[in-house]
Write a protein of this length. Structure first.
Lengths: 212, 309
C-alpha cells in the first residue's frame, strides 16, 4: 500500500492562496486506509475550506486513469469552473488527476512510502521498488529499505546491541535480523555471499512498463 | 605474492609490530594543524590514517589532507574513503587521484549516517558498500579495470583496508561480515577503538584473520572523555578502573602536573593492553586514535617498539 500523511492545514491553505474555487478529490483505496483521503477526510477538508469548496468526490483509485475518468465525469462541469483541485491521494494519483483534467492540482498529502500495515495508524516502509528483489537471499528482510544505508553486505559499524545507528539505536539493525533469520533457517551461506554492486541505471530514468 | 606499494604494508609483510596514528582534518581551509600533527606523529608511527568526514561532518577532504601530510611532513598516510558521500564515479575518480598523488593505502568506511552529521539534510549515497568498494579496488589494482571493466591507463598502486568492530554485539555477525570483506580482497584491518583487552582478544581469536589486524585504541585526555565514551557511545565498554585512574590523576589548578599524571595512566593502561595482545594474539599492530592528544602516541608506542610481532 502507498502510505500517505496529511500536509498541515496551513501549508494546504498557503498552496491554495490564489484559488477561490476548490474541488476536492479523495482516494478510495490507499488514502482511505491511511485515513488521509477517505470520505471522512474529504468531508472535513470541505468544511474547513467552507465556501471555497465547490465540490468533492472520492475516486475509487485515482491513480488509474480509467477509474478516474469514470468517477470524475459526473463532476466535469464543476471541475471546469474550479481554480484548483485539492488532491487527497498519493503523488501518483495527484499527477493522474492533473494529467486528466488539465487543472492545477494542489497536493493535500505527502506520499511517504510503500508500506506494511500493522493496524490503522501504524505503517512501516517495506519496499523501495528497487526493481531487483533479492529477499529470498536475505530471509525475507529487504536490506535496501530496512538498512538505513541500503547496504547489500551489512551490517555496518554503526550497529550496536543489534540496533541501527540511524535514529539513535532504536530500530533493529536489518542485517542482524537477516543474520538471525538465516541462521535459524540454516542458510548462513547466503549471508557470507559477497553481493556485487547494483545496476542503478534501471532506476536512473522515469520508468515505464509496457507489456503489450 | 601480491606487490607491496607502501611502507605500511612492507612493515606488516615483514612481520613487524606496527603503530599507526590518526589525523582528523577539520572544517577549515588551513593546513598547518594537520602538518603539525603529522610532525608530532611521524617518528612514532609507520603511517597515519586521515579521516574522511568523520561523524558525517563536512570537513577538509581526506584526499587533499593525505597528500599534504605526505608532501609536507613526509609521513605515509592511510586515506579514509567513506562510501556515504560519493557514488562509484566519484570513488573511482578519487582512487585514481590518490594513486597518482602517491597515496598508497586507503581504508574504506561505510560512514556514519548523514542524519547524525552537521548537514543532516544531505542525501546519503551508499551507491557501493565497503565490501563492494574492496572488490572495486581489487579490479583496479589487480586487473587495471574500473568497476564496469573499463581499462585504466597506468598502474593503480593502492592497498585497501577495512574496519572491524571488536565491541560489536552480536559479535558473530560482525565476524562473518569482516570475513566477507577479507574474501572480497581486503589487505588489512584496523579496528574500532576498544578499551577492554578481553574483547579485543575475543575478536582476534574468533576472526582468526588471514590478513593483518591492527587493534584501535583511544587514550583519553581526561576522565570526562572516557565517561562520555562509556555512557554516550553505544556498545563501547570502558573499564571503570581506567576512568577512575584518569579521575584521580586530574589536579584542578595544576595543569602540567595533571597532564603528566594522565599521560602516566594512559601509558600504563595501554602498555599493559598492548603487551597482553602481543603475548596472546596475532595482532599485527595498534592503531592509536588521538583527536588532539597526539603527544601521547610516542609515549605509548616507543616503549613497545621492538621490531617484532
Amino acid at each position: 500500500m502507498i502510505i500517505t500523511k496529511s500536509k498541515p492545514k496551513e501549508v494546504v491553505l498557503r498552496s491554495l492562496e490564489d484559488s477561490k474555487k476548490v474541488f476536492i478529490v479523495g482516494c478510495g483505496t490507499c488514502a482511505t486506509l491511511c485515513q488521509t483521503g477517505g470520505e471522512e477526510q474529504v468531508e472535513e477538508m470541505a468544511n474547513f475550506l467552507r465556501e471555497r469548496s465547490v465540490g468533492k468526490v472520492v475516486v475509487e483509485t485515482p491513480c488509474d486513469i480509467r477509474v478516474l475518468k469514470r468517477d470524475l465525469s459526473p463532476h466535469f462541469g464543476i471541475i471546469e469552473s474550479a481554480d484548483a483541485i485539492l488532491a487527497l491521494c498519493c503523488g501518483s494519483g495527484a499527477q493522474a488527476i492533473s494529467e486528466f483534467t488539465g487543472k492545477i492540482v494542489v497536493p493535500g498529502l505527502d506520499t511517504l512510502f510503500v508500506g506494511e500495515t500493522e493496524r490503522i495508524g501504524r505503517f512501516y516502509e517495506r519496499c523501495r521498488a528497487c526493481g531487483d528483489c533479492i529477499i529470498h537471499e536475505t530471509a525475507g528482510v529487504c536490506p535496501i529499505v530496512r538498512c538505513a544505508k541500503g547496504l547489500l553486505n551489512g551490517p555496518c559499524g554503526g550497529m550496536a546491541n543489534g540496533k541501527c545507528e540511524a535514529g539513535g539505536h532504536t530500530r533493529d539493525c536489518a542485517w542482524v535480523l537477516i543474520y538471525t533469520r538465516l541462521k535459524e533457517l540454516g542458510m548462513l551461506k547466503e549471508f557470507m555471499k559477497v553481493r556485487t554492486v547494483r545496476d542503478w541505471s534501471k532506476k536512473a530514468e522515469p520508468q515505464e512498463l509496457k507489456t503489450r | 605474492m601480491k606487490r607491496v606499494y607502501s611502507g605500511f604494508m612492507k612493515a606488516l609483510s615483514e612481520g613487524k609490530f606496527v603503530f599507526t596514528g590518526e589525523i582528523e582534518p577539520k572544517k577549515t581551509t588551513k593546513l598547518d594543524g594537520i602538518i603539525w600533527a603529522a610532525n608530532v606523529l611521524k617518528s612514532h608511527v609507520v603511517a597515519c590514517n586521515v579521516t574522511d568526514n568523520p561523524r558525517a561532518r563536512a570537513y577538509l577532504s581526506s584526499l587533499v589532507a593525505s597528500y599534504v601530510i605526505q608532501k609536507e611532513a613526509g609521513l605515509e598516510t592511510i586515506c579514509h574513503m567513506t562510501v556515504r558521500d560519493r557514488n562509484r564515479l566519484a570513488l573511482i575518480s578519487d582512487l585514481l587521484g590518490a594513486s597518482a598523488l602517491g597515496i598508497r593505502n586507503v581504508l574504506v568506511i561505510s560512514g556514519d549516517h548523514t542524519t547524525g552529521g552537521d548537514n543532516p539534510g544531505a542525501m546519503p549515497v551508499y551507491d557501493l558498500d565497503s565490501t563492494q568498494f574492496v572488490q572495486m579496488v581489487r579490479g583496479m589494482v589487480d586487473n587495471g579495470i574500473d568497476l564496469n571493466g573499463n581499462p585504466i591507463d597506468g598502474e593503480v598502486r593502492l592497498h585497501v583496508g577495512v574496519v572491524g568492530n571488536p565491541n560489536a554485539d552480536p559479535l558473530e555477525v560482525e565476524i562473518c561480515k569482516v570475513e566477507r570483506k577479507i574474501n572480497a580482497g581486503a589487505e588489512f584491518i584496523q579496528t574500532q577503538i576498544v578499551f577492554d583487552v578481553e574483547r579485543a582478544k575475543r575478536f582476534l581469536k574468533d576472526l582468526n584473520s588471514s590478513i593483518p589486524v591492527l587493534v584501535g585504541i583511544f587514550p583519553c585526555k581526561s576522565h570526562r572523555i572516557a565517561e562520555f565514551i562509556a555512557n554516550k557511545i553505544p556498545g563501547i565498554s570502558v573499564p571503570k578502573d581506567y576512568i577512575e585512574g584518569l579521575r584521580r590523576a586530574e589536579y584542578p589548578g595544576n595543569v602540567s602536573e595533571s597532564r603528566n599524571k594522565i599521560d602516566m595512566v594512559n601509558v600504563e593502561y595501554f602498555s599493559n593492553f598492548i603487551k597482553e595482545l602481543k603475548k596472546t594474539t596475532k595482532a599485527a599492530g595498534i592503531h592509536i586514535m588521538t583527536m588532539g592528544y597526539e603527544s601521547i602516541v610516542g609515549k605509548i608506542a616507543d616503549g613497545l617498539l621492538d621490531g617484532t610481532r
